[in-house]
Design a protein around this ligand. Sequence first.
Ligand code: XMP
Ligand code: MG
Length: 173
Amino acid sequence: MQRRSEPLISEQAIQARILELAAEISRDYVNRELVLAVVLKGALMFAADLSRKLTVPTSIEFVRARSYQGTRSSRRVQVTVFPEENLAGKHVLIVEDILDTGYTTHFLLDRFRDAKPDSLELCTLLDKPARRNIPVAARYVGFTIDDQFVVGYGLDYEEKFRELPAVYVLDET
Ligand code: XMP
Ligand code: MG
């Protein structure tokens, strides 16, 4: 499987948008204890870049949910990594790579609610609203994209392409 040679979202566009998101998040979370809950593995690059542009003190936790095989979403979601820290009284911002059908995020939101944080919001680099099956909305969205499979900047096809600094459409032909 190949990627297109021209990026869908360039490195420059991603970094510029991250500056805007970081400014907005820093304003919203001033004087709050912010916990970034980074969804592995796809949100790794996004969270690393975003966190370094925030001006509020932040702690970083990781969460992992498995639901995806190849290019199709399945409804089975298993949380395999979850923060050991006590999240009660904290302000949790889940950092996702992409919001697609909504199943993964819906399930993650449920798990986090059980941990009784003071607030729970979602920040996603990409949003693919065309395929949403469960109504999930993100408070912070980097880019809204059409229904195409994308790779790069943390996003993979069978573990490939994560290291690319830009987002590319996968050629499924
Ligand atoms: P759902 O459908 O549960 O899926 O919202 C979210 C997860 O599915 C993966 N996903 C993608 N991964 N390119 C990818 O590399 C894509 O275009 C894509 N669409 C969905 C991803 O793991 C995400 O967290
Ligand atoms: Mg994947």
